[in-house]
Design a binder for this molecule. Sequence first.
Ligand SMILES: Nc1nc2c(ncn2[C@@H]2O[C@H](COP(=O)(O)OP(=O)(O)OP(=O)(O)O)[C@@H](O)[C@H]2O)c(=O)[nH]1
Ligand SMILES: [Mg+2]
Length: 403
Amino acid sequence: MLEKKTIEHEKAVLIGIINREQNENKVTEYLDELEFLTFTAGGEVLKRFVQRMDVPNPKTLIGSGKMEEVEAFVRDNEIGSVIFDDELTPAQQRNIEKILRCKIVDRTSLILDIFAQRAQTSYARTQVELAQYEYLLPRLTGLWTHLERQRGGIGMRGPYETEIETDRRIVRDRISLLKKKLLKIDRQMETQRGNRGALVRVALVGYTNVGKSTLMNVISKSEVFAENKLFATLDTTVRKVVIGNLPFLLSDTVGFIRKLPTQLVESFKSTLDEVREADLLLHVVDISHPQFEEHIESVNKILGEIDSADKNTIMVFNKIDKYEHAEIDDDDLTTERTGRHFTIADWKQTWMQRVGDKALFISALNKENLDEFRKRVYDEVRDIHVTRFPYNNFLYPENLDEY
Ligand SMILES: Nc1nc2c(ncn2[C@@H]2O[C@H](COP(=O)(O)OP(=O)(O)OP(=O)(O)O)[C@@H](O)[C@H]2O)c(=O)[nH]1
Ligand SMILES: [Mg+2]
């Protein structure tokens, strides 16, 4: 098992880059999220460094002047980790480590670290460990990478096989062992899912921290761990829920995030099977989050990666109790009216209108609009159910109020 890096209340600085793809506002938003990730991992952010550069420095990502500034700050403030929002190449990571002499973390390794901290079951731990080794493997190639193509040639035989080579072999062996272990668990889980019979399956999906587990708990009276940190849930919980007298299965699973490391999507494949095999998705969105539209995009992108983009989906806009909009004074003629100024009623007139009755607005925390939520889910599940079992449709009336 890989050693868990615990960065408890460790002092950290963040580094972001402004370029053609990400302007200053975007970078601020990304660093806000990176700070939340750092907090979740147990760190405290003392300062952010941002540099504008269109072509990143191949050796150190940021320029040498900026690096000196960071180095001085790290030295004066006993910084434990320097965290980059952008992914670093193995070489960049090594070079920067030499200059700053502290832990160099990128977004991917930070997310992996949080997953490692949060994994409870042996299943989740195995999946995270696999992702960590996949991340590690190309980073073990140190000195000898450039000779790789000539492997087996002169000077590369026998005693010249380096420690790195041995390490790599160990890591590769470990990866194939973990894959075998996961395959075995996958088969068990598949059988388990098969045993659940033909009940309609509904899956909660969404960005991390949007309130999926909270909603699961109010709907199913279960006790899934929910808190205001990222990735509170890593395992999938499945509960049988009954609305009216119509039973179905509801699953709550790992939350998504922008740039979710591909290693994680890969190794969490079987956890995500619950989503892939669902008949209906409830895409939960935190409408009070300023970047909720981007969150929807990130989630849709990952759904695409797991072949679930075209599934029957209800959009559940949660946290309406927390939603606030900015006001523009009557005499202010310069401020451009943007999404920040919309009320929820305004939002409903935007693209959300096209979502039609597949959009719901609720507060899972204050239990607002849950009746409407139940009714919509009932209707949808009922439709799927009666298509599947046409002979017992009389059991489930079209109008839930008849109960
Ligand atoms: N104000 C408000 N807060 C909410 C609402 N629903 C959930 N929360 C809070 O949002 C935080 C995250 O909730 P979770 O249910 O853990 O979110 P999740 O989507 O399961 O998150 P992950 O498992 O981390 O992906 C918690 O602090 C909840 O109390 C809501 O309707 N309104
Ligand atoms: Mg959760």
